[in-house]
Every structure is written in structure tokens, then in C-alpha cells.
Ligand binder design. Structure first.
Ligand SMILES: Cc1ncc(COP(=O)(O)O)c(C=O)c1O
Length: 380
């Protein structure tokens, strides 16, 4: 007697990100690097951290890197060495992770939001003039999702007002703008090595990169209790040191970053090709001269929440970065903003959806994601 027919097995879920696939491919290299640190018994401010600082600065095309405990600390320290203090104002986009704003608040300064461009989701420099005041002390730009902000007009405005520019490069390591890497475009740039980033540690870690020898030296001092020499502190700092185990892991992963970047870019091209046939879904824009590194592959669609639910029921993960713009966060209620103040950021918060994106993603998974988006559109 033949076996009864089996129902078709459900297809495997498609995760938004799969760090296990990465670890499976390189676990040996990671374990060797961690073992090397264990054998050295040097856990803080040692050779791995110093080597990583040099390697990341080199990748960004600048002279100095200062390893820190997180990307948030990188932002706080970069703002601090630009002289930002209580009562100052800092221009930044409202459509970003909250850390971009809370770093400003941590210094007692006021975030002043500048709306984004609807096509790139990055800060719109033509809005600066409306928002700048005599109290403006710095500009923070975010290279959201892995795409550089439009730096030429930003730098021209900053120069005309003598304002320092800090790049929040947490999501865009390896990206470039008109042939120059993000991280080298402003006065200082901040990196996050949070585990889900394109270059992610196995815990928290961050870095500031800069061409300024003075700013680098000051951040180096501030990250270590303001000590300019051993047990001699010249100003109040705290502990924001990047540890050797994280540095060693990041150095291993850094060797793979350009391959991973190419894989992300090729997945994005495949998504673009398939999505171009579906009406009502806007793929991410990578303008001429901008090299996007697709930390996220983010589409926009009016029925975003319904699409996300539809995909989730079909075991396809997706994510919303970010559902609440900063000006409407309870954190900033005292600033008195209301819905409608930054319409492009608000619309993006309602319409963006980040689809599965990681180097190990396979074309058949991309095809399944897009096929399901197509089914959703047909049924709506
Ligand atoms: C745009 C942006 N800025 C800042 C941060 C803060 O970095 P961290 O989580 O390393 O503190 C992140 C990441 O989490 C981010 O995505």
C-alpha cells in the first residue's frame, strides 16, 4: 500500500536578518581571534583595539579612529568636542534612531529638527535656513539605511555658518558619496558596531573617526576618565572604552565586509528588478554618485501595516525603521511639536518597510518575498 499523500511542507520562514548564517560560515575565525585575546590576558586598550582603530579609519579614508563603548557614546563625545553644551541647539533629522537625538539631549542641548527628503529619507539641506538660529552649534546628519546624505549642500551651508558637521554613520559603513567614503565627509563621524549593523560586534561597540588630530586626542582622553596621562585627569570624562574581545571579533569580520557589501548590493539589485514590476511599491533610491550599502532595503507603500501583516502570516519577516519620528516621541513632548510639523518624516514613518536583507540571503528567498508583495497588491 502506498503512503498517503503528504501536504506540501510550509516554506521556511524568511528572517529579516540571519546572524547565525554568518556565524556558521566564520565561527572558526572568530573563536581563534577570541582565543588570541584570552591568551594575551589584555582586555582593555590593547593591540586589538589600536589595530581596529587604524583599520576602520583607513576604511573610512581618515587619519584617526577612537574605539568607544557604543555608537551612542560616539555621538555624545563627538558633540561634546564640537563644544555643544547646555542651551545650545543642534540641527538633525527627525527620522532616525532615537540615539541621534538623545545624544544631543544628554549634553543638555536642544535638538532642532530638519525635515527629510521624501525620496532618500535623509536630511533636506534646503530646510536648514528655516531652522538655524544664533544658538545653533552643530549639525548632525544621518546616512540612513546605508545611503549617504547629500553632503555638498550640507557642507556648503555649514561652512557659511561656521558650524561643525557630525556624520551619524552608524548604518552606512563602507558607503560613499561622489567617490568619498562616508565617515570622511564631515568634521567627525560616528560608527556603531551594534550586532545587527553591517559590521557588528558580539555586544556593544562604537567608534569616532576624524581627520583632526586635536579632536581625536580629546576624545581619546574623554573616553578614559579625562586622563591625559596615567591617573592625571584634565577634565571630567567617563569610561567608554572598546574592549579587546569586541575589537578582535570586529577585525575578523572587517576582512569580510567588502564581500558582504557586494552581496547586499546584488540582493538590492535583484529586489529592484522584481519590485519594478509591482505598482504602488517604491524601491529605495540610490542617486547617481551615491554608493548605497543597504544596511536596510526599505520600500515604501501606502498600505504598509497591512502588507507587513500579510507577509508575517506567510512567515516573511520585515521591520519598520522607524515608526515614530523623533519630534513626536514622548521624550520630546516638551519641545511642543505636533503632527504635521515635519510631514515628510511623518509620512515615511507610516509608509516604510524594510525587507529581509543580509549577505547570506538567497535569490529564491528574494523572489518569494517579492512574489508575496505582488499577491498582496493584487488582492488590494
Ligand atoms: C542611526 C543610528 N544612530 C545611532 C545609533 C546608536 O548606536 P549604538 O546602538 O551603538 O549606541 C544607531 C544604532 O543603534 C543608529 O542606527
Amino acid at each position: 500500500m502506498s503512503a498517503p499523500p503528504q501536504p506540501n511542507p510550509l516554506p521556511d520562514p524568511v528572517p529579516q536578518l540571519d546572524l547565525s548564517a554568518q556565524y556558521a560560515a566564520m565561527g572558526d575565525e572568530i573563536r581563534t581571534a577570541v582565543e588570541r585575546v584570552m591568551a594575551s590576558q589584555q582586555f582593555v586598550l590593547g593591540r586589538e583595539g589600536a589595530a581596529l582603530e587604524e583599520e576602520i579609519a583607513g576604511l573610512c579614508g581618515v587619519a584617526h579612529g577612537i574605539g568607544l563603548a557604543s555608537g551612542t557614546d560616539a555621538l555624545i563625545l563627538a558633540l561634546r568636542v564640537c563644544g555643544v553644551q547646555a542651551g545650545d541647539e543642534v540641527l538633525l533629522p527627525p527620522f532616525t534612531f532615537v540615539a541621534t537625538g538623545s545624544a544631543v539631549s544628554a549634553l543638555g542641548a536642544k535638538p532642532v529638527f530638519v525635515d527629510i527628503r521624501p525620496d532618500t529619507y535623509n536630511i533636506n539641506p534646503s530646510e536648514f535656513e528655516r531652522r538655524v538660529t544664533p544658538r545653533t552649534r552643530a549639525i548632525v546628519v544621518v546616512h540612513l539605511y546605508g545611503l549617504a546624505a547629500d553632503m555638498d549642500p550640507i557642507l556648503a551651508f555649514a561652512k557659511s555658518r561656521k558650524l561643525p558637521v557630525i556624520e551619524d554613520n552608524a548604518q552606512a559603513i563602507g558607503a560613499s558619496y561622489k567617490g568619498r567614503r562616508t565617515g570622511s565627509l564631515g568634521d567627525l563621524a560616528c560608527l556603531s558596531f551594534y550586532p545587527t549593523k553591517n559590521l557588528g560586534a558580539y555586544g556593544d561597540a562604537g567608534m569616532v573617526v576624524t581627520n583632526s588630530v586635536e579632536l581625536a586626542a580629546r576624545i581619546r582622553t574623554l573616553r578614559n576618565h579625562g586622563q591625559s596621562a596615567k591617573y592625571l585627569s584634565s577634565e571630567p570624562g567617563w569610561n567608554s572604552r572598546l574592549d579587546e574581545i569586541q575589537a578582535a571579533i570586529l577585525r575578523v569580520k572587517l576582512r569580510h565586509l567588502s564581500n558582504w557589501q557586494r552581496a547586499r548590493q546584488s540582493h538590492a539589485a535583484e529586489y529592484n528588478r522584481l519590485i519594478s514590476q509591482i505598482p504602488g511599491v517604491m524601491p529605495p533610491l540610490a542617486p547617481e554618485g551615491f554608493e548605497h550599502v543597504y544596511h536596510q532595503y526599505t520600500v515604501r507603500i501606502e498600505q504598509r501595516d497591512a502588507l507587513q501583516k500579510f507577509l508575517s502570516e506567510r512567515k516573511i519577516a520585515s521591520a519598520v525603521y522607524y515608526p515614530y519620528p523623533l519630534h513626536l516621541q514622548p521624550l520630546y513632548s516638551a519641545l511642543g511639536h505636533k503632527a504635521g510639523d515635519f510631514p515628510h518624516a511623518e509620512r515615511a514613518a507610516h509608509e516604510v518597510l524594510s525587507l529581509p536583507m543580509y549577505p547570506e540571503l538567497r535569490n529564491e528567498q528574494i523572489a518569494r518575498v517579492v512574489e508575496n508583495i505582488g499577491d498582496f497588491i493584487k488582492g488590494n
